[in-house]
Design a protein around this ligand. Structure first.
Ligand code: KG4
Ligand code: ZN
Length: 358
């Protein structure tokens, strides 16, 4: 099967084709991504209307190029998958309607994909990780620990109760005067910084919960920045390094406890922790989680950097897993700005508040 995947949920327009090779190994035949950072830079964040228009302008060409790169025509495509939530509705509509049009005109199935499922399954595309595994999903709109039991079977074990981690990175960047994209720029500044200069809080640490909280940390960063103003380049670097260090300690602490819980339910000699989502591109976080896993005798898998942030191979891959199960989605599918992976758990008031990003 060859699946065309389309991603337009936030500020990346992306298309890709995935398949399995003759041995059944996942293969990306082509992929293209166009980032809208420049369109949004002067506003200091993603503007939904600008995002939707930029997707509309770019998507057709991007799909054409993706087909040409793989030397394929629509006759050779078995299904078309598009992100239909969660995300910015304008962008979702652009990607979804394009996918439906391709499906209808070529008489192939359409598949509506949850963006978070794309992130959650990326490690199966890149590293053929087997179900079940423990997932740390850290993106611009979500911060969760989930037990990925099978395709479509996700159990949320922990969530942020306020800001998502990517959001905390972005807000920290903004208040320090660093440009968007915030997360990568905080990481870059932190490379020159002293992580031990400031002791930022690690909210909820030591409490009897796996949940996380990052808004207090953000406030502590703001107060520190205000007390030091005007900030030197070194102050900014030290704040970034200390912030990153506090964040990473929280993640390691929660993952360690979640790993123990996961093993009780899934006794196995080869447990795997997967990190996914844009923040999983952060080298400090990757290094600390890798160290945790080495110490605990777990395998640690994090996709290559380009497949941590928003991309289309992950959507095409989720589509392929669903198509292999014989699934299709109805043509009257509507986009969903909110679409939790685990619909059985209650949503926590305030978590993923931005709702705009996935
Ligand atoms: O998964 P993603 O690309 O989009 C969403 O689905 O939200 O995640 C984007 C988030 C942004 O908040 C961005 O600042 C953050 O991931 N991010 C990072 C890094 N790269 C992206 N945060 C920390 N360090 C990074 N290297
Ligand atoms: Zn994402």
């Amino acid at each position: 099967m060859r699946i065309l995947g389309i991603e337009t949920s936030c500020d990346e327009t992306a298309a890709a084709i995935v398949t399995r090779d003759s041995e059944g190994m996942p293969q990306i035949l082509s992929q293209n991504v166009l980032s809208q950072f420049e369109d949004h830079r002067e506003f200091g964040g993603v503007v939904p209307e600008i995002a939707a228009r930029a997707h509309l302008t770019a998507l057709d060409h991007l799909i054409k190029k993706t087909m040409a790169d793989a030397e394929l025509s629509f006759d050779n495509i078995d299904a078309v998958a598009a992100t239909t939530g969660p995300g910015l509705v304008g962008g979702l509509i652009v990607g979804m309607m394009t996918a439906k049009a391709i499906a209808a005109t070529n008489n192939i199935p359409f598949l509506a994909i949850n963006h978070l499922e794309g992130h959650a399954l990326t490690a199966r595309l890149t590293d053929s990780v087997e179900y079940p595994y423990l997932l740390l999903l850290v993106s611009g709109g979500h911060t969760q620990i989930l037990s990925v039991n099978g395709l479509g079977d996700y159990q949320r074990m922990a969530t942020t109760i306020d800001d998502a981690l990517g959001e905390a990175f972005d807000k920290t960047a903004k208040l320090l005067g660093l440009p968007i994209p915030g997360g990568p720029n905080v990481e870059l500044a932190a490379k020159e910084g002293d992580a031990k200069r400031f002791q930022f809080p690690q909210p909820l640490r030591g409490k009897d919960t796996l949940n996380m909280s990052f808004s207090g940390l953000k406030t502590a960063v703001r107060q520190k920045a205000e007390s030091l103003a005007p900030l030197s380049k070194q102050d900014i670097a030290d704040i970034c390094a200390s912030f990153q260090s506090a964040v990473s300690a929280v993640l390691v602490n929660r993952c360690k406890r979640a790993m123990a819980e996961f093993l009780v339910k899934n006794p196995t000699s080869a447990p795997v922790l997967v990190a996914a989502g844009g923040v999983a591109a952060n080298q400090k976080i990757r290094f600390d989680l890798e160290t945790l896993c080495t110490n605990e005798n777990w395998e640690f898998v994090a996709p290559p950097l380009a497949l941590c942030s928003d991309n289309a191979p992950m959507i095409a891959w989720a589509g392929l897993e669903r198509a292999e199960r014989g699934e299709t989605s109805p043509m009257d599918t509507a986009p969903r700005s909110r679409w939790p992976l685990d619909e059985t758990t209650a949503s926590i008031i305030g978590s993923g508040r931005r709702g705009a990003k996935a």
